[in-house]
Design a binder for this molecule. Structure first.
Ligand SMILES: *[C@@H]1O[C@H](CO)[C@@H](O)[C@H](O)[C@H]1NC(C)=O
Ligand SMILES: *[C@@H]1O[C@H](CO)[C@@H](O)[C@H](O)[C@H]1NC(C)=O
Ligand SMILES: *[C@@H]1O[C@H](CO)[C@@H](O)[C@H](O)[C@H]1NC(C)=O
Length: 276
């Protein structure tokens, strides 16, 4: 438990007012800490490729495993062994439990924290919490529960989404359920970075940029200029064909778009909007 207390005191240093530890850390009744890193890297957990490649290796940062060779030259898991409190870390070099935190635990599938908040993992039973570029990886504590990025908790029967990195090496892919989040894929089934688009923007797979994307009829904020907004309108072509049209519209003179009111208001009442 000492490393956890040490980590929390490190995290408390330099916290901005807007973000608190309580906002980031989940209640232990629904999520348990799998791994922490103060180096700004999430340690290899939930990369989606857990193939055994040696007799003694690590299942994750806190679990060792023994695998045996098979006739076709690969390995199969014989047993996984959770590391204990006095030697909590699995050392990838030896596949044994050790008391010190290995420099790189589990190989090249590290995630990187880019901002504060919680981020879904490629594995829907896990998520990452980032604070001041330091990261914690959590596993939903109740078996069968998955992480819901909208409510930011683990829930029973929440749909299981993922980042599909198939044939997407070196590209960004949106989360299959939570389109504000995207992953930058380092290889098949491995995300290097999990990130989120600003405001209500979403990743456009074609342009590879965060853009206002119409999902339903309504209004979207224009992050580039507060005097503009986007209007999404459903255009019905015939009974089988309809699409969402996006228009960039300008607020009337002296007004700016208010994202909390979803309409144009006096520009003096819109925070952080430079007057024209
Ligand atoms: C997992 O990694 C090994 C070695 O890097 C590779 O041979 C194997 O095809 C990968 N499996 C999947 C499902 O990506
Ligand atoms: C995505 O980007 C492409 C290329 O810039 C563009 O043609 C397309 O309209 C965009 N899609 C949406 C939904 O905005
Ligand atoms: C306005 O800008 C400040 C400083 O950049 C920022 O802290 C604050 O959250 C912004 N307010 C809104 C409503 O975006």
């Amino acid at each position: 438990m000492n490393f956890m207390i040490g980590l929390i005191s490190v995290l408390l240093v330099g916290l901005s007012r807007a973000e608190s530890l309580e906002d980031i850390l989940p209640d232990p009744s629904w999520a348990s800490l799998l791994e922490s890193s103060s180096r700004g890297h999430l340690l290899a957990i939930g990369s989606g490729n857990n193939t055994c490649e040696a007799i003694y290796s690590c299942q994750d940062c806190n679990t060792a495993r023994v695998c045996r060779p098979t006739v076709d030259g690969s390995f199969e898991v014989v047993q996984t062994i959770p590391c204990t409190t006095d030697r909590p870390f699995c050392d990838p070099a030896s596949g044994s439990c050790v008391s010190w935190e290995p420099e790189s635990c589990g190989g090249p599938d590290d995630f990187i924290c880019l901002g504060n908040g919680k981020y879904p993992d490629i594995d829907c039973t896990k998520f990452h919490a980032c604070l001041q570029y330091q990261s914690l990886t959590f596993q939903c504590a109740v078996p069968g529960e998955t992480y819901n990025a909208r409510t930011q908790t683990c829930e029973p029967k929440a749909p299981c989404g993922t980042f599909d990195c198939t044939s997407a090496q070196g590209r960004k892919v949106p989360h299959s359920l939570y389109s504000g989040y995207f992953a930058y894929c380092r290889q098949e089934n491995a995300a290097l970075v999990v990130d989120s688009c600003p405001g209500n923007y979403q990743l456009n797979i074609t342009s590879q940029n965060c853009e206002p994307i119409c999902q339903e009829e309504g209004i979207l904020e224009d992050l580039a200029d507060c005097h503009f907004y986007y209007k999404c309108t459903r255009i019905v072509v015939n009974k089988d064909l309809a699409y969402l049209q996006r228009e960039r519209l300008r607020c009337p003179q002296g007004q700016a778009y208010s994202k909390k009111d979803f309409l144009c208001v006096d520009e003096n009442n819109v925070e952080n909007c430079t007057k024209l």
